[in-house]
Design a protein around this ligand. Structure first.
Ligand code: FPP
Length: 259
């Protein structure tokens, strides 16, 4: 029996051992536009196919026993795209949750959202907030959508809240002296989530694109040339295996005493 015991049959043999499995996997889902272009299709067809890849990946993450899956669905920079594309991208969470929420509930998934929600269209915000509320007590996979998310803005927002707390007297200057890394983490949008252990980026680019910059301090990064709409369970497993083979030292020395 798989130790997380979520009541589903697991293909245990194909996975790294539990202690080598990342708790939190975050994914930069890139390559939708190029996937569509390669087929002579409009970019939004790539995003539509990207939604199907989201469904596959959530199922796989649940079945692998991942605790938290964060998906970079819309960045604070994505507003710069053509209006039709932005509207389409922001319709996807609504459509996905309309179709998949029953299955997510059945899988005991807890839906979360991280980003500047008050700037989203009302239907997008309502759909995610409803999904969050309806799955709040679930104890399985945490499915965290980064929506209208940007890491630098998140850090500015955290600093603003800290400074307001000082101004309003709820944080004393003596506390500022004692400010620690954990205190910054506490003010980020990801406050109650563990830092990502593994960040996957599809589509061949090797950068973080303003995603989880603070939280990624010790994350392993894994890049694949596969366009997001083509990302399969087998690709996901390849990333998990690559992670399992790496030695994470968090700045300390490894067993051999070498740096
Ligand atoms: C980057 O590809 C991808 C995005 C900006 C959007 C990601 C969104 C999805 C994969 C669908 C989300 C679905 C749900 C249910 C939330 P790109 O368009 O920049 O690709 P390109 O680099 O090839 O142009």
């Amino acid at each position: 029996m798989w130790p997380f015991g979520r009541g589903r049959a697991r293909k245990r043999e194909e996975l790294p051992s539990v202690d080598r499995l990342p708790q939190h996997v975050a994914i930069i889902m890139d390559g939708n536009g190029r996937w569509a272009q390669a087929r002579g299709l409009p970019r939004i067809a790539g995003h539509e196919a990207g939604m199907r890849a989201v469904r596959r990946t959530v199922r796989a993450a649940d079945e692998f026993g991942i605790r938290v899956l964060t998906l970079y669905a819309f960045s604070t920079e994505n507003w710069r795209r053509p209006r039709e594309e932005v509207e389409f991208l922001l319709s996807l969470p609504t459509r996905f949750l309309e179709s998949d929420l029953p299955e997510l509930k059945e899988r005991n998934v807890s839906v979360r959202v991280m980003g500047f929600l008050d700037e989203l269209p009302p239907h997008t915000r309502a759909a995610v907030e409803q999904a969050v509320a309806e799955t709040e007590g679930n104890t399985g996979l945490v499915l965290n959508f980064a929506l209208n998310y940007g890491s630098r803005r998140e850090i500015v927002y955290a600093l603003q809240r800290i400074l307001y707390a000082v101004r309003d007297g709820t944080l004393a200057w003596s506390d500022v002296e004692a400010l620690r890394e954990e205190d910054i983490s506490r003010f980020l949008l990801s406050a109650d989530l563990p830092d990502p252990d593994l960040i996957i980026r599809t589509g061949g680019e090797m950068r973080l694109s303003n995603f989880l910059l603070w939280q990624a301090a010790y994350a392993e990064l894994w890049f694949t040339p596969r366009f997001w709409p083509d990302f399969t369970r087998e690709d996901f497993l390849e990333g998990l295996r690559a992670y399992a083979e790496r030695e994470r030292r968090f700045g300390a020395l490894g067993d051999g005493g070498r740096r």
